[in-house]
Design a protein around this ligand. Structure first.
Ligand SMILES: N[C@@H](CCC(=O)N[C@@H](CS)C(=O)NCC(=O)O)C(=O)O
Length: 212
């Protein structure tokens, strides 16, 4: 089987989740650069791969796929390497629940509502919208508590093994924890602090750090 191809940029949270999955499976891949934030939007032919103009898109042996959750499950099931989904039905359901939580609440709140406001905007000469940050910090605190309650004393988010859920969540936390607010809020949850120190040292995480 040919190596898969990931289309996207290394700064992207969702591209990183796919790359983390490939790295953890030990699957070689090619990253083809697509910048969705370029002036004028993504290249027109990219929309044939991803009609919503989002990254990543994915191709394996002629099979094209988009939507990160679908891609990472495909990668886990199509390739050899450690299984990254729980075999237990309820643990797997819990993992999928957390992935949905990160999509619906984590990414917009922690990345756009806090990281982009606090770090990206000022870096580009803009002003942080403090009211927006405050509003999102309340939401982030709710999410952190929910994650911490679901995780309990396990080393990984859904139990004894690292799964896709940890990878999906780590990509969002990597940006959130660059902010002073993120670093403060997580301290209310020692199990998440321990989880972050565990996952942030993994080779897959180190190998997929954004270059810019
Ligand atoms: N539902 C998509 C979301 C992907 C997504 O939002 N990617 C971001 C980059 S991290 C993007 O392409 N943003 C471009 C935009 O918002 O126009 C997935 O799961 O793959």
């Amino acid at each position: 089987m040919a190596n898969p191809v990931v289309f996207g940029a290394d700064y992207s949270v969702y591209v990183r989740t796919v790359r983390l999955t490939l790295e953890e499976k030990g699957v070689g891949y090619r990253l083809v650069p697509v910048d969705v934030f370029a002036a004028g939007g993504p290249p027109r032919d990219y929309l044939e791969r991803q009609p919503f103009g989002r990254i990543p898109a994915f191709e394996h042996d002629g099979f094209r796929l988009y939507e990160t959750s679908a891609i990472i499950r495909y990668v886990d099931e199509a390739f050899e390497g450690p299984a990254l989904q729980a075999t237990d039905l309820r643990q797997r359901a819990r993992g999928n629940q957390i992935i949905s939580m990160m999509d619906a609440y984590g990414y917009p709140v922690m990345v756009w509502g806090i990281y982009v406001e606090r770090i990206s905007k000022p870096a580009e000469g803009g002003l942080t919208d403090e009211a927006r940050v405050r509003e999102n910090l309340t939401k982030a605190a709710t999410l952190l508590k929910a994650l911490s309650d679901l995780m309990q004393d396990a080393p990984w988010l859904t139990g004894d093994r690292l799964t896709l859920t940890d990878l999906h969540t780590a990509s969002v936390f990597a940006y959130f924890l660059l902010t002073p607010e993120g670093q403060t809020l997580i301290k209310d949850h020692p199990n998440l602090v321990d989880w972050w120190s565990r996952i942030s040292e993994r080779q897959s995480v180190l190998a997929t750090r954004p270059t810019a």
